[in-house]
Design a protein. Sequence first.
Length: 157
Amino acid sequence: MSALKRRDSSKLREQIDETGKILEKFGITPTNGRILALFTVADESELTFEEIVSFFGASKSVISNSLNYLLDRKLIDYRTYNHGRKRHFYLTDRFFAVYFKELLSAMSELRESLYKILSARSSGSPDVSSRMLKWIATANIFEKQIETAFHQLGKGY
């Protein structure tokens, strides 16, 4: 991470904070967002655990939990060299695929819940039921478009 140390630290940290805040809008925690942002601004394509801990000055536990979360979500991955134990983490290209798959899942859950609610609602407020049906119709449109995009991207997504 020597290249990171050589770069203007305040500018680099500012870029990481700015990008991290944007990533928070996708439901990512601040620490996870800052770690993802570090990968986007680092000149190095891979970073070790020690380099990440050193850069942020955070506890090993906090960084480890964040890296495990990002690995589980397939937002980062790692490789080892020469059968070593040291992991070299890198950014994957899966960010939007992960985000939109989670969005599709949430839309599906909401749609099912709305159907249940609609079937139990009284006919006393048809305007609310009509709005709920509009939510469902809108979700259906987005779902079809997102699925079309995944199809265009291919099997890897």
